[in-house]
Design a protein around this ligand. Sequence first.
Ligand code: FAD
Ligand code: DHB
Length: 394
Amino acid sequence: MEEVRTQVAIIGAGPAGMLLSHLLAADGVETVVVESRSEEYVAGRIRAGILEQSTVDLLRASGLGERLELEGDRHRGIYLQWPGQRHHLDFVDLTGRSVWVYGQTEVQKDLVAARTAAGQQVHYEIESTALHDLETDSPSVTFIDAAGAERRIVADAIAGCDGSFGPSRVAVPEDVRSTWEKVYPYSWLGVLADVAPSTDELIYAWHPDGFALHSMRSESVSRLYLQVPNDTPVSEWPDDRIWEALATRLGHGQDGWTMTPGPITEKSVLPMHSFVQSPMRHGRLFLAGDAAHIVPPTGAKGLNLAVADVGLLAPALAELLLKGDARLADAYSDTALRRVWRCTHFSWWMTTMLHQSGDPFERELQLSQLRWVTSSEAGATGLAENYAGLPIGF
Ligand code: FAD
Ligand code: DHB
C-alpha cells in the first residue's frame, strides 16, 4: 500500500473540504483531499444559491471574492407573501447586513480554480474510504484510488467534510455520539429555468396548495421550488403543470405582478430533514458541514453553515498543528454547535411557518406568525438577523 504523510487529510471535495484546504494553505498547513465523485460531478451539482453576509466576508477575506464581486447579485432582503399580501423585508435597514445570489456551483468553481492554481493534491473518484486510529496523534485514511491502487494518508488530523452519506460521522463511536433528527412530511420539487426572474428579490410564498419559492441564479436563469408530497415522482410534474402551480402559488395577477414561464433545464425532488450530530470532534477527527448537520433548505442555511464551520475549524487546526495550542480545537465542537443549533431552529421555523401540513390549527398559527413578522419591526428584525446570518463566532 502506498503511504503518504500530510498535516490534515480532508475527506470530501465539496465546499466544506475545498474551503478548508484553501484556508489551511493560507495558514501554512498542508492538506491532501480525497473525494469519491469526479471533479465534474461535484462542480455540476445544482444546490444552494444564497450566500449570507459572513460567508461573503470570509470568501472575500480569503481571496475568493473576485468573481463573486462581478457576478454575484447583492440583495437587500426578501418578499414574504400569502394570498392577497406581499411584504418586503429589508435586511439592510433592519440589521445592516445583506445576502448575495451566487450559486454553490460558482463557489465550487472558484474553490477548485484556487486550489488547482496552488497545486493542491485532490484524489477524485476514490473508493472504500476508511478512517483509522482517530484517538491517536497519527490518524489515517485509506482508500482505493481511481487507478485501483490502495493508498494510505497518515495525518496529524482528519477533517470529515464528506456530507450526509460519508463515512466520517459514523466513524465516531456509537457510545460517544448523540444525534437528533426530524423528517418533514413534504419535499421540494426544484426546477432551473432559462428565463429571466420575474422578481428582483426572492419570493417566499405561503399558499393553501403548498409553499412556493421564486429564486434565481442570474439575470437569465430562474430557480423555483414547489412543495410536493414526499416520494413524488418527477414524472408527475410535466413543465406545464409546474408553471401553472407556480403562477397560482406565487400570485400571478396579484396587484399587477406577472410570472413569465420559460424552458425548464433541470428538475428534481428534494426530501427535507433536520439532523445534528454531537460532538463535532472525536480525538483527531473533526466534522464540518453536512457531515455533522443537515437543515431543510427553507432559509438557505446549508452551504452557509458549512462555510461557518470551516471558518472556525481552519484557525483551530492551524493553532493546534503549528503552535501546539489546543484551545481552539478543544472548543471547536461547542462553538460550532452553538451556531448549528441556531440555524437548525431558524430553518425549522421558516419551514414550518411556510409549508402546508394539513393541520387547520397550524395553518392559523402560520398566518398569525406571517402577519407578525411582516408588520412588527421586532418580528421582522428577528427573521432578518437569522436570514442574513449571525457572525461566524456567534
Ligand atoms: P457536500 O457538498 O455534500 O460535500 C461532501 C463531499 O464528500 C461530496 O462531494 C461527496 O461526494 C464526498 N464524499 C461522500 N462520501 C465520501 C467518501 N466515502 N469518500 C470521499 N468523499 C466522499 N443548501 C442551501 O443552502 N440551499 C439549497 O437550495 C440547497 N439545496 C440542496 C439540494 C440538494 C440536492 C442537496 C443534497 C443539498 C442542498 N443544500 C442546499 C445543502 C447544501 O448544498 C449543503 O449544505 C452543502 O453542499 C454542504 O457542503 P459540504 O461540503 O458539507 O457537503
Ligand atoms: C435557494 C434555496 C433555498 O433553500 C432558499 O431558501 C433560497 C434560495 C436557491 O436555491 O436559490
